[in-house]
Design a protein around this ligand. Structure first.
Ligand SMILES: [Cu+2]
Length: 133
């Protein structure tokens, strides 16, 4: 899975570009955690609630906003997600913010390797995109 490395300026430019086109057929950007960003959950089940309001389609992008050095973004297996095993992630990005292109349909598991046990973890279910664009 290719991962994009974007800085805040690039993110801002992309957001502005998306505001000028229809979002009906274009891939969407998902700012994980909304206003809170990628942090230990401010309340129980924070990410579970947030993810329920999102619809992830193939080729969408998930953007994890975090300060480099304070958090990480790792994709892990379901087993590692459930147990917060950080020893062998599928992928890890230690530089924030991190943008992940959701180019594979299916369930993906993301954790912060520093705060997984505090609940900084999220499951993203990527659905097929039927629109052509
Ligand atoms: Cu963290």
């Amino acid at each position: 899975m290719p991962y994009l490395k974007l800085n805040l300026v690039a993110v801002t430019i992309i957001v502005m570009a998306y505001m000028h086109v229809s979002t009906m057929v274009r891939p969407s950007l998902h700012f994980v955690g909304g206003i809170e960003g990628w942090v230990p959950p401010p309340e129980p089940n924070y990410y579970e609630k947030w993810v329920k309001g999102e619809k992830f389609l193939k080729y969408d992008t998930a953007i994890f906003i975090f300060d480099t050095g304070s958090h990480t973004l790792a994709e892990v297996t379901k087993e590692a997600y459930d147990t917060c095993n950080t020893t062998n992630p599928i992928y890890i990005d230690t530089w924030g913010p991190a943008a992940v292109e959701l180019d594979t349909v299916g369930v993906h598991f993301y954790i912060c390797t520093m705060h997984c046990k505090s609940g900084q973890k999220i499951t993203v279910d990527v659905k097929p995109r039927n629109d052509t664009f």
